[in-house]
Design a protein around this ligand. Sequence first.
Ligand code: GLN
Length: 453
Amino acid sequence: MITLKESLKLPQEEIAEIRRELLREIEERREIGAYVEQLTDQEISQYMDGIPIAIKDNIQVNGWEVTGGSNILQGYIAPYNATVINKMLNNGLAPMGRTNMDEFAMGSSTESSFYGVTKNPHDFSRVPGGSSGGSAAAVAAGLAIAALGSDTGGSIRQPASFCGCVGMKPTYGKVSRYGLGAYSSSLDQIGPITQNVEDAAILYDILAGHDPKDSTSANIEHAKVSDCLNPDKKLTIAVIENYLAEASDDVREKMQEGIKALEKAGHKIIYKNFINSKYDIATYYVIATAEASANLSRYDGVRYGNRTSNESLKEMYLSSRSQGFGEEVKRRILLGTFVLSSGYYDAYYIKAQKARHFIKHQYEAIFEEADLIFTPVAPTAAFEFGSKKDPLEMYLSDIYTISLNLAGLPGISVPLGKNNQGLPIGGQLIAKAFYEQDLFDGAMSLERELALK
Ligand code: GLN
């Protein structure tokens, strides 16, 4: 598949031809389920001259259906473009098709989508990761040059790791959330899923920058990273020892190879530990569900979402939401409502906010000595469909990715190689807030060194 960098040099006729080829390929390989449904005429022909980029089904493209993978939004047409879509259009890129995702971005496997599952292109019996599983599968299967995903607790990085592509989550506030279906507003960020690190930097540069339409957007000038990529920069990189100890054998082995590659590239490796990281999951799931319960209250069949017909108003609210939402989304709304209820607010929500600060401080302490942190992306490679029936077990697959969102930091998932079952395994680099340049430089040196092996 042609890279984003290469496609930026092509004349418009060739781009249109690539788009046509991709559309043929997508139809032929519908079995993967990377895209949510048959592409509409509008999705096919509206933007023939822009470099086609696959879009997660929670990012609005004016006039296109957008559903967040949910039943409740079936038939909902986006009334405006998300800021990231306008930025793409201004830079010669264009949306192409909606990719599958866990309902309202809640999940780590893309199994909770209303549209059904997406298959991991490396092994059809396994999940592509989630929640941006469709975007990662599309890039990995050669069904997209690059894709947009959203990351609240790992939903870009973890599917990228499971599918063997690069996925990057920007510093909180770097990329506008205007036009992104909100899951947990203090954690959500849109970011690129690409075939390589340089493409991720190029797409990130296009997406990033201040947006007055998003009140949490950082009001600072965006310095382009893709123009200054320097894989020869020597950095100090901290490895989190207790994370390595907890990961599965194949992940640990690939991580060791990654550490060796980073050393060989001339970086200095130091070892650190995260104290009490076992509470990260609890902290995340209290905060994320609290925010989600508030954000999803708008889908009530009156303001947004499909309405059922009932005798009374109360019944209508109840049945619209009961029929519209899937099981995992309901679980999270209940959990979020519970932790915010007046009797439990201090015990759960306030406690989680304190824990969030503690996590942020731990990162700051490590970043006094290190430029980057290197960790696994997920504790295992891609798992089989239906293998995580207990929701808590599913939540554990986010153990290495969520703390970064809680601290607002940027992170990138880089393929480290495959295990002996042929499944990709990714490594994660984390940088200080707004130090995306270091992040991409380090990631590029890791990618280059591993390719030389
Ligand atoms: N798997 C995590 C969750 O279910 C992260 C999802 C995400 O990043 N959108 O909340």
